[in-house]
Design a protein around this ligand. Structure first.
Ligand SMILES: NC(=O)c1ccc[n+]([C@@H]2O[C@H](COP(=O)([O-])OP(=O)(O)OC[C@H]3O[C@@H](n4cnc5c(N)ncnc54)[C@H](OP(=O)(O)O)[C@@H]3O)[C@@H](O)[C@H]2O)c1
Length: 325
């Protein structure tokens, strides 16, 4: 099998609304082409073993569409009991039906990652089921949006980082008690473009016109969080991994205007292929022996210099801890 190699991808620069949509379309097309070198995807040992996850319990956010939907379905096919934590019960209905039609076991939870009250209610609802938790997949996310979350964070940072930080913290004791267990956080190679974290800016509405610089910062936070979590969980039997899924033709591009959107999606990989690196981290024997790494195309890869900055990771952790207290 082959996937698109996004390792040389540096992300897409924002489009000025005053600029030319034709030039922007060109830029996006060139970007997708630059990413489109097929590379062999490393086989993931347990993914192809039937019922490899029988008896395991998994929880995944943002599972109603895109990469999360495929991941949830594959985990259920492998025998896991899957909790799909979605913003809308209505939008979650299709994935639940799909999993049940395939003989899988699934339950829905409601979560709005932008609202810390909703994140707490979701964790309470899960913990109240009195189930173990062997796998948490922090997958849900937005890109290219603008605003401030209900809990007072820049939109991408609040949803992609702060919401998942709190959810993970609230479920950590259950993950520890269920060890060996894993936490997979879907980050992005967009993190390479983040210049750092402006602690004031992440508490204000999105400043850029496109929301992409803020998305890059939120994804840097995902990689820093996953690595810091691994250090804090050392020896506990709970391992972590941060993932770049590839450049995937999912709904994440909803903020890119039509007709550019369908054009750029032509060169992207499918959500099926986009879910492979998450599934590798979630299920392979190899990834179970590793923690705190960043993966791209099912292989560990060196994240950006900033993402390897342990001082920054500790500061992000302590600040986020205070924010969600
Ligand atoms: N697609 C790519 O090329 C790409 C590349 C690198 C990284 N990623 C990452 O991959 C992950 C999955 O993205 P995707 O490509 O599959 O995008 P997607 O199709 O847009 O799916 C995103 C999911 O996140 C959910 N979500 C968004 N805001 C939420 C909120 N406030 N509370 C709860 N759920 C929320 C969405 O729910 P709704 O349907 O209700 O909005 C949806 O289920 C994201 O973390 C993204 O950053 C994607």
């Amino acid at each position: 099998m082959v996937v698109v190699d996004t390792r040389n991808c540096t992300g897409i620069r924002g489009w000025p609304p005053g600029g030319s949509p034709v030039l922007y379309a060109d830029r996006l097309r060139n970007h997708a082409r630059a990413c489109a070198t097929p590379v062999p995807m490393q086989a993931s040992t347990s993914i192809d073993r039937p019922r490899a996850l029988a008896g395991q319990v998994a929880l995944i956010t943002g599972a109603n569409t895109g990469i999360g939907r495929v991941t949830a379905r594959r985990l259920a096919e492998l025998g896991a009991h899957v909790f799909v934590a979605c913003r809308s019960a209505q939008r979650a209905a299709a994935v639940i039906e799909e999993i049940r039609a395939g003989g899988g076991s699934v339950e829905a939870l409601q979560i709005d990652l932008a609202d810390l009250g909703s994140v707490r209610a979701c964790a309470d609802a899960f913990l109240g089921r009195d189930r173990p938790l062997h796998l948490l997949v922090n997958n849900g996310g937005i890109a290219g949006g603008r605003g401030l979350t209900a809990s007072g964070f820049e939109l991408a940072f609040g949803v992609n980082h702060v919401g998942h930080f709190l959810l993970t913290r609230l479920l950590l004791e259950r993950l520890r008690r269920s060890a060996p267990s894993r936490i997979v956080t879907v980050a992005s190679r967009a993190h390479y473009r983040a210049g750092g974290i402006d602690w004031e800016a992440v508490r204000r509405p999105t400043a850029s016109l496109t929301g992409w610089p803020e998305y890059q910062v939120s994804k840097l936070a995902n990689v820093l969080f996953s690595a810091e979590l691994a250090r804090r969980l050392a020896g506990s039997g709970v391992t972590t991994g941060a993932v770049h899924p590839g450049v995937v033709a999912s709904d994440i591009w909803r903020s890119v205007p039509w007709p550019i959107r369908p054009l750029i999606k032509l060169r992207m990989i499918s959500s099926e292929d986009g879910a492979r690196t998450t599934l590798h981290c979630a299920t392979s024997a190899e990834a179970a022996t590793q923690s705190g790494l960043y993966y791209d195309a099912c292989r560990p890869r060196t994240p950006s210099e900033r993402a390897r900055d342990e001082t920054l990771a500790r500061e992000l952790w302590s600040r986020t801890e205070r924010w969600v207290a």
